[in-house]
Design a protein around this ligand. Sequence first.
Ligand code: ATP
Ligand code: MG
Length: 444
Amino acid sequence: MKKRIHSEFMGIAAVAIIATLLLSVWVFYDLFQDQVLDDLKTYADVIKGTVSQEELSENSSFYEEADIRFTLIQADGSVIYDSKADSDAMENHAERPEIAQAMEKGSAEAIRKSETMDRSTFYYALKLDDGRILRVSKEAGSILSILKSALPVIGVIALLIFGVCVVLARILTRSFLYPIEQMAGDMENILDIETYPELMPFITMIHSQHQDIMENAKMRQEFTANVSHELKTPLTAISGYSELIKTGMASDEDVRRFAGEIHKNSSRLLTLINDIIRLSQLDAESMDVAYTKLNLYQMAEACVDMLQITAEKHDVMLRLEGGPCTICANRQMIDELIYNLCDNAIRYNNPGGSVIVKVYMEKEETVLSVWDTGIGIPKVYQKRIFERFYRVDKSRSKSTGGTGLGLAIVKHIVSQHHARLELESEEGIGTKICVYFPKDSKME
Ligand code: ATP
Ligand code: MG
C-alpha cells in the first residue's frame, strides 16, 4: 500500500509539473507574440506621417539594427520599397492576407511560419492616408524554437520540483500510514491510537474481535487447566486406595471401604468425562440441531418422576405444577436442562425442604420455573455459577458428586434456543430459576 500511494503521488506530481511547465511556455509565448506585434504597431505609427521612399532608405541601417523590415506597397499590390530586398524583383503583394485586410480595414496583423519552421515572421500592415500600405515585419523564434532553447532549463527546474515532490510524497505517505502501522503493532491499545474517523468502525470491530479471541483463548486455557485439575483429584484417590490394597496391609474391612472409595471416584470421573464430552458436543453442534414440537409439561413430568427417589433420599418434597405448553426445541437438550435444574434444586436443598417445578405461559412466552427452599446462592456468586467448573461450596458440591458443569450446560442450551434465564436467590432462603422460551423460538 505504501508503495502504491507513493508511486501515485509521484505520478500526479510528474503530470502536474509537465503540464504546468508546458502551459507556462504556451502562455509566455502568447504574451511574447502580443509584445512583438505591439512593437511593430508602435514602429508603424511613428513613421506613418513622415514616411516616404527616400526617408525609409536613408534610415535603413537603423531598422536593420532593430531587425525590422519595412515594405511600402502601392494600392494595387506592387511593392515600391523594401528595406531588405529588391523591390523590383518582388511579386505583387495584393494577395497577402495582412495587405488585403489592411486595404479593407485600415490595419491588419499576421504571423507566418518561416520555411525552416523554427522561426515565425510577424507582420503589421497599416493603410496610409494616400492609400499606400506600410508593412512592418520582424522575425522571431517560433513556439517550437523557444521550447527547444528553453528545454534544458525547463528540464532542470522540472527535476528539482520532482525531487521536492519525491521527498514530500515520502513524508506524506509515511504520515498517512503511520496510525495504521501503529494499530497493527499494538492491538491491545488499538482504541487509544489517534487515527482517521473513517477508520473508526473498522477499529472498533477489530478491537472487539481481538478481545473475543483473547477471551476465548483465556477461557480455553482455563478450561484445560480446570479439566486437568478435576481429573487429577479422583485419579489420585483411586491410585492411592488401590496402592493401599496392593500392599496387602489393609484389613478386609478397609479393603471394602477402599473399594467403595475407588468406585465412588471412578464414577465421578465418568460423570466428569461425560459432562466434558457433552459440553464439547454442544460447542460443536450449534449448527445442525434438530428441533421438534415438544410438550414441555410432559417432559418436566417425566423428569420429576425420575428424580422422585433422589428427592426422597434427600428428604425433599418434589412437585410439578402448571399445565401443557408446547415449545419447539431439541428434545435431548431440554431433557438435560430440566434435569440439571431439578438436580441442583434437590442437591442444594435442606432436609425437609421442597422443590416446585412449574410449566406455564406468561404473556407470549413459555416458562419453566424451578423453585427450591434450599441453601440459596450468595449475591456475589450468582453470576459465576454459570461458568464451567464453578461451585460455590466446593466441598458440598463435591460430596454430592457435582462437577460444576451442570449450569454451564444449562446456559449453553438456553442460548442455543434463544431463550432467556432469570435467577432469583437468597442465601438461606432458596433459589428460583426461570427459563423463558420465546413464542416463536425456532417454531415454523
Ligand atoms: P454438576 O451439576 O455438574 O453435577 P454442580 O451442581 O456443582 O455440578 P452446577 O449445576 O453448574 O454444578 O452448579 C454450580 C454451583 O452453583 C453449584 O456448585 C452450587 O454451589 C450452586 N448452585 C446451583 N444450583 C443451586 C441451587 N438451586 N441452590 C443453591 N446453590 C446452587
Ligand atoms: Mg448441578
